[in-house]
Design a protein around this ligand. Sequence first.
Ligand code: PMP
Length: 405
Amino acid sequence: STWPGVWNNVPAGPPDPILGITERFKADKSPLKINLGVGAYRDGSGKPYVLSAVKKAEEIIRASNPDHEYLPITGLPELTNAATVLAYGANSPHVKNGTISVTQSISGTGALRIGAAFLARFWPRGKVIYLPTPSWGNHQAIFQDAGFEVRQYRYLDSKTIGIDFEGLKSDLLGAEPGSIVLLHACAHNPTGVDPTEAQWRQISDLVKENQLYPFFDMAYQGFASGSTDRDAFAVRHFVSEGHQIALAQSFAKNMGLYGERVGAFSLTVADAEEKARIDSQLKIVIRPMYSNPPLHGARIASTILTNPELYAEWETEVKGMADRIINMRERLYDELTHTHKTPGEWGHIKSQIGMFSYTGLTPPQTSALAEKAHIYMTSFGRISMAGLNNSNIDYFAESVSKAVK
Ligand code: PMP
C-alpha cells in the first residue's frame, strides 16, 4: 500500500451508549426480553407506529405525482412556515410580522447543529453554552464539535428525582453573562422532569436578568402533555417576555418520522432587514454541510400541517401516543407500590413526563435486570416508557421489584 500504517494512530472509540443497548437486546434470544433503551414510540403491542395522518399524507403526495427535484437550501417553505406556526403559535407577533428566520433541518439533531454553527460564527458574546445536568448525551458533542465551551447547570436532584430548582437558579444566575443556555422546551431527556409553568416564568426572568441567550430544543412537542400548544408554553412565554430565542424542532417523535429526518431551526429577529441578512447567512452555513435537505419527510409533515383534516387527525394521534405513555406511568406506579410492595418512593414515575422516565435504578440494578431478566435500559436507569405495554408491564414491574429488594 502507499501509506503503510497511516491509520495506526486512530484509536477505537467507545460505542454509543444508547444504540449499544439495542445491539445487546438484539443478541438476546429470550422471549421475555424488553428493550427500554431507545427513544422511539411503540404501540400497545410493542410495534413501531406509523401514524394514520402520515399514511394519508403519503397517499395525497403519491396522487400528486411528485418530482424529485432539489429543495432550496433552507428547505420546503410550506414546511418551515407551518413549523413556525406550530412552535410559536398562530397568534405570535413574530409569525404575523414574519420576523422569524427559519430553515428546514436534518431533524432535531441537524437543527441543533445548524444553530450551533450559526452561533459559533455570529454570536457576539463568546462561545460558552450551559447544558442541564444531565442532558441528552448528544448535546455536548454537538456544541463541542461546533467549537463551544460546554458548561453545566444543575437540573436533576438525584435524591428526589425531581427538579433541583434552587441549584438551577443559582447556576444560571452565576453563569457568565452573554453565554448561551440550552433549555429543553418540554419532556426533558433523559429525566422526564420538566419545570412547572411558574418555574418557567422564573427561569425566563433570570435568563433575562443575567443576559443569557436561550436556545430551546423542542424535540417532543405534543408528546409530553398530548397538546402541542401546552408543550410550547415555555417557548411562547419566553418570546412574549421579549426574549430573542433560537429553536430546534424535530418531527421525529410527534409524527413518528424518525428516519425521514424532518426538523427546523429558527431564530426570532428584529425586522425584515435583519431577517434577510440572517437568512443569507443560514444558507452560507448549510450549503457546505449538505447543500439542501431531504424532500419526502418534509412533504409529509407539511401536508399534515397545512391540511385541516389531517391536522386534526394528527393532533388526536399525538394525544393518543401521549395518553398511552401516561397510562403506562400510572400502571407502573401502581404495580411497583401496590402489587409488588417495592421498597422506595416511586411517585416520580407518575409525575415525570414525555418519552422517558428516570427510575432511580442504579447501575448494579440495571445490569442485574439485563442479565437475569433480559430487560435493557441505560445503565443509569432511564427507561423509554413507550417500550412498555399491557403484555410486558407486569413482568417489568415484578423484575424491577426483585432487583430492588
Ligand atoms: N433533542 C433531544 C432532547 C432528543 O431527545 C432528541 C432525540 N433523541 C433530539 C434532540 C433529536 O432527535 P432527531 O435528530 O431524531 O430529531
